[in-house]
Ligand binder design. Structure first.
Ligand SMILES: [Zn+2]
Length: 273
């Protein structure tokens, strides 16, 4: 818990706005994404402090970095993120929405509870993003998590690859090491376990939701299987499977909440409660 005075509050706002402005200038964030980033970032820095915000900044940089890595190759495969990988407001809320609520709750109650939830949700978001982007480069065809014998095209939600698991592990480790160095969770073992539990459970859950409840469909213009609501210049797509409101961002939000809970449970087990 932290005490806020006006100067500190304004300096924090400046830090968040400058970070989001840099992202706009680098074309990795769009206009409404900027507003969502400032809202999420400011909640996190005010609620948790600078260390918490640095974790979010590391997640964002890691995610954008892996999205842009071999972007042209992924684009030729038809699996690259749209708009040059620029994040929009639904992406920001899907990956940072739960984290910002945990940070605001931290204002009213210190201790490990919300720190564990926060680190778990960030590790899950980082793991999912990095494993998806690395998985697109996999030499092995992705397989559905729930039906390992069925290969699926790269980029299919619910598909998993060995390289993707390496990515999930790496991203969780980065978040855990940062959480330890910044003292978001005290010690070394606790933050590492919290991040690995959150990241690995969160990204597996993400693949599970992607393979089961996520909306799948096809484009009525070009006939390709697509997961987005629109295709071919904004034409609506037709749903074939999943729930109509469960698109990729909803799956990511559910994944980050699942990761947060896994992180909290792992810490409670470790502390012997
Ligand atoms: Zn189409």
């Amino acid at each position: 818990m932290i005490q806020l005075d006006l100067t500190v509050a304004l300096v924090m706002l400046a830090v968040v706005v400058l970070f989001a402005l840099a992202a706009i200038l680098l074309r990795v964030l769009d206009g409404r994404g900027f507003l969502a980033s400032v809202a999420v970032g400011y909640s996190i820095i005010v609620g948790g402090g600078l260390g918490w915000f640095i974790i979010v900044a590391v997640f964002f940089t890691l995610g954008v970095g892996f999205t842009l890595y071999k972007y042209e190759y992924k684009k030729r495969m038809g699996a690259a993120q749209e708009k040059g990988g620029a994040r929009n407001w639904p992406n920001i809320l899907a990956n940072g929405g739960a984290a910002s609520i945990f940070a605001l709750a931290e204002l009213f109650s210190g201790g490990l509870l919300f720190a564990a939830l926060f680190v778990g949700s960030m590790a899950a978001a980082a793991s999912d993003t990095v494993s998806t982007e690395l998985g697109l480069l996999s030499k092995f065809k992705p397989r559905l998590l729930i039906r390992p014998r069925s290969p699926v095209p790269p980029g299919t939600s619910g598909g998993v690859t060995p390289l993707g698991f390496v990515g999930a592990f790496f991203a969780s480790l980065v978040i855990g090491v940062m959480a330890s160095l910044l003292g978001v969770i005290p010690g070394v073992l606790l933050p590492l376990v919290a991040a690995l539990a959150g990241g690995l459970v969160g990204s597996v859950a993400d693949s599970f939701y992607g393979a089961t409840i996520q909306r799948k469909g096809f484009c009525i213009v070009c006939g390709k299987p697509v997961e987005n609501l629109t295709h071919c210049g904004g034409e609506p797509t037709r749903r074939t499977r999943g729930f109509s409101f469960v698109e990729n961002n909803i799956v990511n939000l559910l994944g980050s909440v699942t990761g947060a809970l896994a992180s909290l449970i792992s810490i409670l087990l470790l502390m012997g409660h």
